[in-house]
Design a protein around this ligand. Structure first.
Ligand code: 13P
Length: 347
């Protein structure tokens, strides 16, 4: 029964060409983004911003699930309606980030391991009671001279697998996120090699920890050149490299691959996802979807800047990026969608 529910939820998360909206920035990360735009770094400002997101009209047309943070899942609209109710009423599945962040890995300078397994069973039970139906855990893997190390990859892969097993025990679909970072001047081939190595290690551990692949979602990075690499491949080349890597390392039983955006602009993230679907969709065993934070939220945040008067325009910008990404899942995204939106906002 529980297994079937997990499979049903995982399939709903990637059905109808929709995707996930990550709005689970920890308080320090959210505050950092607010500070850059001169927005006060207060509980109330964070609440108001999250209210803006979850009350965006028609968001459920493009978004199947939203990922919340511990503070947010406990918050309400100004009128007292719990966010979880607003989200569920919009036909969107509530999810929750459950890791406790990436911490320095002892003995491995420059590398991190994600913590948060202690007490996780109890926290998952509470979140499930609050209405969450899926969870997220992010591991970060840096690329550089001599890194990632085997120690870093294995420690993170094992933590992801233990988290995923606990989620399934609690009836929550685990979103398994091993993020190979874009930072650095390494070429695309290096990102490809590291991403394949990491994904193989993660699936080996998922198997060892008896995680049911049909009841999970993979949230990987796209295969990209380092952000300061002088050679930046074309959109089609990135799409080819990403799909090649996934086909080598991701079992066909997984229902969906929902990419993180990792610091790409909204337009580029949509273009990459679109190219993958144009070129490969009919031949892929899993849905190629999105689970973006910055690539959906950033323009909206820049418009809002903490001002009530900007809420509607910010919501329009958010919905626009969500629509672009749904179109990208269908292979129907184009630069014309951006121009049309610019004209509408200009008017
Ligand atoms: P970005 O899309 O901004 O990379 O964030 C996705 C996410 O949820 C990171 O954990």
């Amino acid at each position: 029964m529980k297994a079937q529910e997990l499979v049903d939820t995982a399939n709903r998360m990637v059905a109808d060409d929709k995707g996930l909206l990550a709005m689970d920035e920890s308080n320090p990360t959210c505050n950092k983004r607010f500070a850059k735009l001169g927005i006060p770094q207060t509980v109330e400002a964070r609440r108001a911003y999250r209210e803006l997101i979850v009350t965006t009209p028609n968001l459920g047309e493009c978004i199947s699930g939203v990922i919340l943070y511990d503070e947010t899942i406990r918050q309400q609209k100004k009128d007292g309606t719990p966010f979880v109710k607003v989200i569920t009423d919009a036909g969107i599945i509530p999810g929750i980030k459950v890791d406790a962040g990436a911490k320095d890995l002892a003995g491995h300078p420059g590398e991190k391991v994600t913590e948060g397994l202690d007490g996780l069973r109890e926290r998952l039970a509470e979140y499930s009671q609050m209405g969450a139906r899926f969870a997220k855990w992010r591991a970060v893997i840096a690329v550089g001279d001599g890194i990632p190390s085997r120690g870093c990859i294995e420690a993170n892969a094992q933590a992801l697998a233990r988290y995923a097993a606990l989620c399934q025990e609690a009836g929550l679909v685990p979103v398994v996120e091993p993020e190979v970072l874009m930072d650095g001047d390494h070429p695309l081939e290096r990102c490809s090699e590291v991403t394949e190595q990491v994904l193989r290690a993660v699936f080996k551990q998922l198997y060892t920890q008896r995680v049911m692949l049909e009841g999970m979602i993979l949230k990987p990075n796209m295969v990209l050149p380092g952000s300061t690499c002088p050679k930046q491949e074309s959109v089609d080349e990135v799409a080819d490299a990403t799909v090649r890597c996934l086909l080598r390392a991701v079992p066909a039983a997984v229902p969906g691959v929902a990419f993180l955006s990792g610091g790409q602009s909204g337009e580029l993230a949509s273009a990459h996802l679109n190219a993958m679907n144009v070129r490969f969709k009919s031949r892929m065993p899993w849905g190629l979807a999105f689970s973006f934070a910055r690539a959906i939220q950033q323009p909206a945040l820049e418009i809002w800047r903490g001002e009530d008067a900007h809420v509607l325009a910010a919501q329009q910008a958010l919905l626009h990026r969500a629509r672009c990404n749904r179109a990208a899942r269908r292979g129907e995204y184009s630069g014309a969608m951006e121009e049309k939106a610019a004209i509408t906002v200009g008017n």
